[in-house]
Design a binder for this molecule. Structure first.
Ligand code: NAD
Length: 489
């Protein structure tokens, strides 16, 4: 199905959604959205002032009691209807994601499918929430445990998965009975706004979801997080910003979920199936043009297979077509902005200056667009900045290791702990790695782990809490325990 881009952009609201009405807001700076493949202006949307943010919170607070009291089945059905609508309009959403974020259309379609799954998954969870009733051990009391929605939530999302990061928060929040204010990244606000119109079409009551865009997120976030009506902050983004918001949230002992940065190790052992490892590396590195928190950041490869792995991966990387994500066959779209290109290139230069070997890539083409080619670096020495920092670009950094203990030590030598990837044909080694690697998730002979049915999240400075799986809805619930005497004493 071909989509008319201007009709599509025309259908995206250009206001803020506060209390069920799309409106221009009260004078916040407008947010300009550009296509990173061309640099052209795609659309300008209203920017929220601090007062608009607080009005959105007031609307979420007003809507909360009725939404919390809405039967779980009805909340589930709203999510399920939205899932159906999203699938019907998948092609429009894919094109909108590519237009504002740059990823190749095939990957944007995969994001729509992934993002939609959170609606289906949490529509199923909503009706399955249960409490407990049972005797206290001494027999004199009865213990009742119940779950309650935490209340109005503030959801802050990044630009790299404009749809899936929104549905991964909105769906469990609504399933649990919470109302929300969502603040998408200023670089990619359009997908979230269009998505929220689907919730409206599916019958969402006014005030249950409110949308506030701003290019100056600090003051508004400060005001919302400091407001006692807010009961929960769920943030996905970089670790430095996450720490700032956590510190602010601590003042009010606010419930938080934090999905932060990563520095994923990708381990290839001497007993790996190299075809499988190279296939996994292509996904773990080049999906989303390397701009994923789960992107493989450090390739640790056993010395006996390092040359062969590097040769095969380099050949595949050279074959990746770079260009506008809307063009057929493109695998490397633009990076999100010029700053990302400059940062990626600085990391590559630093590694080369320290003695790494360049196998392919390494030079950004002249504009327009913010492109950086698939790049493979071998023999990256300890001390190179890209071993410590998230690269967030299509750059493979390979470091050889000589035994399992060294591989584990290198893999765990980071403050991050989101995901690791392990390639081995040995079951025992695979099991050892699962237990020895300090990450919240491990891809064992696979290069992508995301799944709505699984608890996504990190250890160490990669975050707090989980999204998806049976755990995801509990981030939006609080537990109450009631004691009552036994009816027999
Ligand atoms: P970012 O931290 O710059 O921004 C994330 C969000 O926070 C955006 O909405 C932004 O507007 C907002 N923000 C920025 N500064 C703020 C401030 N001072 N106060 C309040 N809000 C503020 O991150 P990004 O560049 O949008 O996204 C990339 C980062 O997100 C990477 O570090 C990546 O690893 C991480 N990420 C993590 C996950 C995960 O699930 N763990 C998923 C996707 C992305």
């Amino acid at each position: 199905m071909s989509v008319d881009v201007s009709a599509l952009l025309g259908s995206v609201p250009d206001g803020l959604l506060i209390g069920g009405e799309w409106q221009p807001g009260s004078g916040g700076k407008p947010v300009e959205v550009r296509d990173p493949a061309t640099g052209t202006l795609v659309k300008t949307v209203a920017g929220a002032s601090v007062a608009d943010g607080l009005a959105a919170l007031a609307a979420a607070d007003t809507a909360f009691p009725a939404w919390a009291a809405t039967p779980a089945r009805a909340r589930a059905e709203l999510l399920r209807r939205t899932f159906d609508l999203l699938r019907e309009r998948a092609e429009e959403f894919a094109l909108l994601i590519t237009t504002e974020m740059g990823k190749p259309l095939a990957e944007a379609r995969a994001e729509v499918a992934y993002g939609a799954e959170f609606l289906r998954w949490f529509s199923e969870s909503a009706a399955h929430l249960q409490g407990r009733y049972g005797p206290s051990p001494e027999g004199t009391g009865r213990v009742i445990v119940t779950q309650h929605p935490v209340g109005p939530c503030y959801l802050v999302t990044p630009w790299n998965f404009p749809l899936a990061m929104a549905t991964r928060k909105i769906a469990p929040a609504l399933a649990a009975g919470c109302t929300v204010v969502i603040k998408p990244a200023a670089l990619t606000p359009l997908t979230t706004s269009l998505f929220v119109t689907l919730l409206e079409d599916a019958g969402m009551p006014a005030g249950v979801v409110n949308v506030v865009n701003t290019a100056d997120p600090g003051p508004m976030s400060e005001a919302l997080i400091g407001d006692p009506r807010l009961r929960k902050l769920s943030f996905t983004g970089s670790t430095p910003v996450g720490k700032l918001l956590l510190a602010r949230a601590a003042q009010g002992v606010l419930r938080t979920s934090m999905e932060l940065g990563g520095n994923a190790p990708f381990l290839v052992f001497e007993d790996a199936d190299l075809d499988r490892a190279v296939d996994g590396a292509m996904v773990a590195k080049f999906r989303n043009i390397g701009q994923a928190c789960t992107a493989a950041n450090r390739f640790l490869v056993h010395t006996s297979v390092a040359d062969e792995f590097t040769r095969r991966l380099t050949e595949r990387a050279r074959g990746l077509r770079m260009g506008n994500g809307t063009e057929p066959g493109v695998a490397i779209g633009p990076l999100i902005d010029q700053r990302a290109v400059a940062k990626t290139h600085a990391l590559v230069r630093d590694a080369l200056d320290r003695g790494a070997t360049l196998h392919t890539g390494g030079t950004a083409p002249d504009g327009p667009g913010t492109f950086y080619p698939a790049t493979v670096l071998g023999d990256v020495p300890a001390g190179a900045a890209l071993l410590r920092e998230e690269i967030f670009g299509p750059v493979v950094a390979i470091t050889p290791f000589s035994d399992e203990d060294e591989a584990v030590a290198l893999a765990n030598d980071t403050e991050y702990g989101l995901v690791s990837y392990v390639f081995t044909e040995s079951l025992a080694r695979g099991q050892r790695m699962v237990e020895r690697l300090h990450t919240g998730m491990t891809g064992l002979n696979v290069g992508a782990v995301s799944n709505a049915a699984a608890p996504f999240g990190g250890w160490k400075q990669s975050g707090l809490g989980r999204e998806g799986g049976d755990e995801g809805i509990h981030e939006y619930l609080q537990t109450k325990y009631t004691l009552t005497p036994s009816p027999f004493v």
